[in-house]
Write a protein that binds this ligand. Structure first.
Ligand code: ZN
Ligand code: FE
Length: 247
């Protein structure tokens, strides 16, 4: 198994209010995750002489697939990888995948993991390398998790269990920069939690420097993410409902 070297990395492009489009690249090629918009991606890829090998779609929401049609026009051979269950809602997919499927992208092995809850077919992409990477879309955020729009609380709880079973050195790349407000909510629930307080200071510093607060390490997320720390469905359901009504 090869690790990342300096020529192979992942950068985040901030778009819309709080979306982050991840571009995973090597010398010549790139894979883009959940392109909400096309223009910033096209500009970045052209400026860096990168060919677009694949687009990964975690779920069908417009702030994740909105840029895909225009990217296909620029790179007609691009693989558009999405859940086989979303042929209607992600109609331009040309490589349909299911839970457990393995792909080879940028010479790395990528495994599809179904994480139902936010939608009934949400998938994540786990990149197996020295530092494992998880593109998780809207299922998990730093210090938070996605709203349960289509699935059940039980499904979302089980999806979080799947994430918890991954190697603890996995870097988690989510699709929204929500970390600060998630931490403020978590501190309402657990005001004395020292890990949360420490994380809030780190996050505020990054924000003041206009840096992204993500990705985050699974090992660290296990300390600060109340949803990952919920050890039964009742606790998870309480937290999710509380967060939904938190302002
Ligand atoms: Zn979404
Ligand atoms: Fe989203």
């Amino acid at each position: 198994m090869m690790g990342f070297n300096k020529d192979q990395k992942i950068i985040g492009i901030r778009v819309l209010k709080d979306n982050v489009i991840w571009v995973w690249k090597n010398d010549n090629s790139a894979v883009v995750v959940d392109p909400a918009l096309s223009q910033p991606v096209i500009e970045y890829l052209k400026a860096n002489n990168l060919d677009l090998e694949a687009i990964l779609q975690t779920h069908h929401h417009s702030d994740h697939i909105g840029g895909t049609r225009e990217l296909i026009k620029e790179w007609p051979n691009v693989k558009v990888i999405a859940s086989v269950k979303e042929k209607n809602r992600i109609p331009f997919q040309n490589l349909s995948v299911s839970d457990g499927d393995k792909l080879r992208l940028l010479n790395k092995e990528v495994q599809v993991i179904e994480v139902i809850g936010h939608t009934i077919s949400h998938i994540a992409f786990h990149l197996n390398s020295e530092v494992p990477v998880l593109f998780i879309g809207d299922t998990l955020f730093s210090a938070g998790c996605g709203r349960v729009f289509e699935g059940t609380y039980n499904q979302m709880y089980n999806s979080l269990k799947k994430i918890k079973s991954l190697p603890k050195n996995t870097l988690i790349y989510c699709a929204h920069e929500y970390t600060k407000s998630n931490l403020l909510w978590a501190l309402d629930i657990e005001p004395e939690n020292k890990n949360l307080k420490k994380k809030l200071i780190e996050v505020e510093k990054k924000i003041s420097l206009e840096e992204l607060t993500i990705p985050s390490l699974l090992k660290e997320e296990m300390k600060i993410n109340l949803f990952l720390r919920a050890d039964n469905l009742k606790r998870f359901s309480f937290l999710r409902a509380n967060k939904d009504s938190w302002v």
